[in-house]
Design a protein around this ligand. Sequence first.
Ligand code: UDP
Length: 381
Amino acid sequence: MTKIKTLLILGTRPEVIKLAPVYFALAQSEEFNPLIINTGQHRDLARDFLTRFNLTAAYDLEVMIENQSLTYLTSEIISRLEKVMIKEQPDLVLVQGDTTSALGGALSAFYHQVSLGHVEAGLRTGKKYNPFPEEMNRLLISKLADWHFAPTSGARNNLLQEGIEREKVLVTGNTIVDALLQVLAKNLPFHNEILSREVSKGKEKIVTVTAHRRENWEKGIEEVAQALRILGEKFKEVKIFFPLHPNPLVREKILPYLSSCTRVFLLEPLDYFDFVKLLSQSTLLITDSGGVQEESSALGVPVLITRDFTERPEVMKAGLGYLVGCNREKIVGLATRFLKEKRTQKSQPIFGDGRASWRIVQALRYFFGLDSREIEEFIST
Ligand code: UDP
């Protein structure tokens, strides 16, 4: 039997994390021949993460240049993908989420009339420019996709409201929970020297922080840094770990406030295995990242979301997430509450049970006519 040649097009850290379990699930099935295409949008990060998951890209398009504009990025991705499409003649393209690589992959699939599946479909803030360019990227991908794998029923409803046909949308959970559970099950020691020295379970309260959104680069990030400084001075039994985004602009804004704080540890971007271990031992998360909110929900860690809008309202509804903008007072106030209170963390299955990738593969088998059972019947288990 000829296998269904499937290109998984990715280019950034979260795409590697969220597509790795899909790749493994496809590779395990006899019927698919999955190939990874790395656009290189995040040159080093995506490569390092692929290596960490023992994955190799069949093509590395190396699009990244310094100060790349969105126009450059989009056009280079589409043009370099064209050669891959012509050579490989795939049966199926999978993209994930809302990056420029995902949009480029979706457009390329459309131009070459290849079936397109969208993993993590249906997230919306309803604000054209927030987050920018991701909100428009995901809307456009939804228009181009043939099959939509929604992480939650809320995301599914968003798609149905936009007129996407009901039978093309499936709630699968988010594949990040698959990755998280698989990695935590390995129970590896910390690889990062600072973490292995400074984190001793149960002895201190840990706050994990990440910040990378474009909307916050100008000003917001400085307020977050000021809030962390106040918290570091106020709580003697708290350690704050902040893996910094590689972008030098983000670093320039943060360092003046935090480089001399003894309880704030500024780190290089962490290896995924270290990051999720750190998060699993945290009392609180402060972040503007989407993926990290999904992971913290699965672990039951409360999160202060340093944004004005969210496409993951489920985290707030579950009582785990608080939208605080980049407001110093709100961050300090709420963080103080969480650091003082005694609470047991209770994981919330908002983003699934760790079997999203399996459901996606079953759904694809069905779409390609390889399984005749009614789809709801076998993916609901
Ligand atoms: N992450 C990581 N190391 C770090 C910071 C984050 O491995 O130092 C992982 C994190 O576990 C999550 C993903 O990166 O799975 C989130 O990526 P990012 O915040 O860049 O993107 P977003 O999720 O906002 O699209």
